[in-house]
Ligand binder design. Sequence first.
Ligand SMILES: [Zn+2]
Length: 230
Amino acid sequence: MCERIPSSERGIGFRAWEAVELAASAVPAVQVQQVMMPLGGLVDRPNALAWAREAAARGAVALGGAPWLADDPSRATREAAEVAAELGIGLDLHVDETDDPSVSTLTDLAEAANDAHLSGRAVAAHCCSMASRPIAVARREAEALAEAGVAVVVCPVSSLSLQGRRTGLRGLAPVRLLREASVAVGIGLDNIRDGVVGLGTADLLRAAWLPGSGRRWSGTTVSSAGSRRA
Ligand SMILES: [Zn+2]
């Protein structure tokens, strides 16, 4: 299964969506599921909400988004969950993609997924700042995600390309800690090859090799001081 996230914003409507459908039809062995990815909040932007509804009608499997970038991340997270539930699709958010330990929407996401009955249908990608927080805090967040049925998808190639520039931290969600808390954890690719990831490939096994080979920084070795340099 390959999941693609075309944005309907930037004035291109559903052209990217249709291009993916066309490309997928040429490779029947690959199952492509699409997710609509609005940038920022939803409810205050009628266009984005309309795109979300149209995407669901076109077969979107989940509503995407990056509510941690919104002016009010907590509200934007809750709204995204409510809209996904209303549309009867899953929730697939890009979450806390920063080294800044003060940026955390995981507890909000767990609560929102619970309230919207999205257990087993909600995904949090990235969760980078989790690795910057004290281990006891990260563990509580992992337990809340597990309880709410929110899976975490680690994107090693993208996160290692984007994070750590300011702090030197690795910026990768703590895989082992998440698994110890019984969170379903997957490996994804946010970028295959673009301005952010210049040397990437679509090879997921290669992406999985990264946290596997860097067990020290993808495990429970988040320091009790909340910061760690590799
Ligand atoms: Zn992302």
